[in-house]
Design a protein around this ligand. Structure first.
Ligand code: SF4
Ligand code: SF4
Length: 332
């Protein structure tokens, strides 16, 4: 088995207060340096090239520098997914350890940011992004489009340029998965677009395609216009106005998720079938329950996949080359 990409959640804790997420409400556990060190022999065997460090907010784990340094010393390149709240403070240190940084940014002004992420931190996060970009490490923005921010679609692209990042990508808010984001229940469907919003979003995407042609061609906007229209179609489907766009994903075939509590899952949106990595990652992945789960996913038998907002398809050549980081990937 090959596993060129591994996602490791460094903590369940978070300093953000996102309306879509419960990590910040219930998260308590941090991964430890020792728990990550235990993964190393199997990561070597599996040919792991890239580790995505996420959470919760990974920079809240007091051992993040040691964990990052340990993975790096093992020849694994590092990708940080962060809320950006403490990036201004840590940018220099992060730049010495990470190859790529993705910051979640769901508003283009303090009001929208606060409405979605629950904090008055827009300027602080922007300062962190600027500081990170200034180090020369490629930085991308990840925007979760939802009712409260979709009308800012063009402003997000303008802001991304102003902040000096390398790329911006958009995904739709997930309102159907009860497991992701440590939820204890499905989030309110009112976060999604309403019928009256659909036409406006379609128009904004048309305008963006016309006015930001170079940004699409250069992949500064990670998604193609067609891919952005799938976000529109997803919202339309939630309203019963269209079928859900067909999802193409092979993430569990080249990656796995290790949570802060040490369990192993096939992806972010499908929970671990109760398997931990205490006896090693290889034995966790070889567990019959995990094999059965991955086979079911591959056969299209999991309902989560039909409405997944974060599906990931990689061509075999990209997988073989371990091209997952910004400027290397062809888009997810
Ligand atoms: S979505 Fe991410 S940044 Fe927001 S509270 Fe959850 S873990 Fe934190
Ligand atoms: S489509 Fe989504 S839920 Fe299904 S395997 Fe891919 S990432 Fe997981």
């Amino acid at each position: 088995m090959r596993l060129p990409l591994i996602s490791i959640y460094l903590t369940e804790r978070c300093n953000s207060r996102c309306v879509t997420c419960d990590y910040w409400r219930h998260g308590r556990t941090d991964a430890t340096l020792e728990s990550v060190q235990r993964l190393l022999p199997d990561l070597r065997t599996f040919g792991t090239r890239v580790a995505l460090l996420s959470g919760g907010e990974p920079l809240l784990n007091p051992e993040w520098p040691q964990i990052a340094a340990t993975l790096r010393a093992a020849g694994i390149r590092l990708w940080l997914l962060t809320s950006g709240l403490s990036l201004a403070k840590h940018a220099l240190h992060v730049s010495k350890l990470f190859d790529s940084v993705t910051v979640s940014l769901d508003g283009t002004c303090p009001t929208t940011y606060r409405a979605i992420r629950g904090l008055d931190a827009f300027e602080n996060v922007c300062a962190g992004i600027r500081a990170m970009a200034a180090t020369g490490v490629p930085v991308s923005l990840r925007v979760t489009l939802q009712r409260a921010n979709y009308h800012e679609l063009p402003e997000f692209v303008t802001l991304a340029h102003a902040l000096g990042v390398s790329q911006i990508s958009f995904l739709a808010v997930d309102v159907g998965n009860a497991h992701a984001f440590a939820r204890t229940e499905v989030v309110s469907p009112t976060l999604a677009l309403e019928r009256a919003d659909l036409q406006r979003l379609a128009g904004l995407i048309d305008d963006l395609e016309r006015e930001c042609r170079a940004d699409f061609e250069s992949k500064f906007i990670a998604e193609s216009p067609a891919r952005l229209r799938r976000l529109h179609d997803y919202f339309a489907a939630l309203l019963g106005a269209a079928p859900f766009p067909v999802v193409r994903c092979n993430a569990p075939e080249f990656s796995a998720v290790v949570t802060a509590t040490g369990s192993v899952a096939p992806c972010f949106f499908i929970a671990s079938p109760g398997i931990d990595t205490g006896s090693g990652l290889a034995s966790g992945l070889a567990d019959p329950r995990m094999r059965a789960l991955r086979a079911t996913i591959a056969a299209g038998g999991r309902a989560e996949c039909e409405r997944c907002v974060c599906s990931m398809w990689r061509d075999p050549a990209e997988i073989a080359a371990g091209r997952f980081l910004l400027r290397e990937a062809a888009g997810g």
